[in-house]
Design a protein around this ligand. Structure first.
Ligand code: CP
Length: 327
């Protein structure tokens, strides 16, 4: 996109004919490769604008309802920061027990309420499919900020943008991406595997037996002709890995706590393990971490997980501008 379209000194009109105007963002299945190139172009511009002027009025007068039924630090605060960096404002509902949800209000009624006051709704909910239900009820755009063990599409977009920015767009094709940890319940890896299947990558899955990548996701990726392989240990695949995507074993998703005890701490990334990895690869993590990456590795230039959070701000700025007809 032309740089001038984000110039804060130009008058901004809503472009109701823009491709993404008024659209919901529910699943990565919505995106084609050219959409990613467009989103990452806008996100790159947003990065430049934040670095140059910090805050600007692209979404002045617009309101975001940030509706979180599950805990969040990054997604919730980066959407808030994104809206405020663009000159808009936010209705934060980070603890639904203090809202009318605690009186039994349904999700469709809650989003119908919020869209009376806001222009866009960001939703995190513990049930898979909840974002689609909310989007069906709402006239305004709904953005899925994580629906149970289903999807986390904006995380997958920021993860892929991180790979583009850190390793170079031209290098995504041909890369080997290794996903490690809880691949069964990890919605971030479900979305990322699907999104990366738009590129010519090879994907390795390393997990305990009880936390393997769901067959449904692997089948969808296989249809795109992407080579995939499953492993129980990292040793064999680490030397060929360009992107190591580490995930937390999520205690809160286990029905039987004994199963969690069996697999927690199954993998720990530390400077000794990382001696076997390439010098020009990156380690990513959606965070929070609870010990699967040692803090001793944080100062290694390959540790991209803190930079990854910042890329999320620019991608979420781009998405808000797009669905509100300003990009
Ligand atoms: N990555 C991520 O979704 O983090 P939060 O749970 O803190 O939002």
């Amino acid at each position: 996109m032309p740089t001038s379209s984000l110039n804060p000194h130009l008058p901004f009109g809503e472009n109701k004919n823009a491709e993404w105007y008024g659209k919901d963002i529910i699943s990565v299945k919505q995106f084609k490769r050219e959409d990613l190139e467009y989103i990452f172009g806008v996100a790159h511009e947003m990065r430049g604008m934040v670095e140059r002027i910090g805050t600007f009025d692209l979404l002045k007068g617009k309101i975001l309802a940030n509706l979180f039924y599950e805990p969040s630090t990054r997604t919730s605060s980066s959407f808030t920061a994104a809206m405020e960096r663009l000159g808009g404002s936010v209705i934060p509902i980070n603890e639904v027990k203090y809202s009318s949800v605690s009186k039994g209000e349904s999700l469709p009624d809650t989003v119908r309420t919020l869209e009376c006051y806001a222009d866009v709704i960001v939703l995190r909910h513990p049930e898979t499919g909840s974002a689609a239900i909310a989007a069906k009820a709402a006239r305004k755009p709904v953005i899925n900020a994580g629906d149970g063990v289903g999807e986390h599409p904006t995380q997958a977009l920021l993860d892929t943008f991180t790979i583009f920015e850190e390793l170079g767009a031209g290098q995504v094709d041909g890369m080997t991406v290794t996903m490690l940890g809880d691949l069964k319940y990890g919605r971030t890896v479900h979305s990322l595997a699907r999104l990366l299947s738009l590129f010519k990558v090879k994907i390795n899955y390393v997990s305990p037996d009880i936390l393997k990548m769901p067959k449904e996701v692997m089948d969808e990726v296989a249809v795109k002709g992407i080579p995939q392989a499953e492993f129980g240990s990292l040793e064999k695949v680490l030397p060929e890995t360009d992107v190591l995507y580490v995930t937390r074993v999520q205690k809160e998703r286990f029905e039987d706590p004994a199963d969690y005890e069996k697999v927690k701490g199954a993998y720990v990334i530390d400077p000794i393990v990382m001696k076997a990895a390439k010098k020009d690869m990156i380690v990513m993590h959606p965070l929070p971490r609870v010990g699967e990456i040692s803090v001793d590795f944080d100062d290694d230039p390959r540790a991209a997980y803190f930079r990854q959070m910042e890329y999320g701000l620019y991608v979420r700025m781009a998405l808000l501008a797009m669905v509100l007809g300003k990009a």
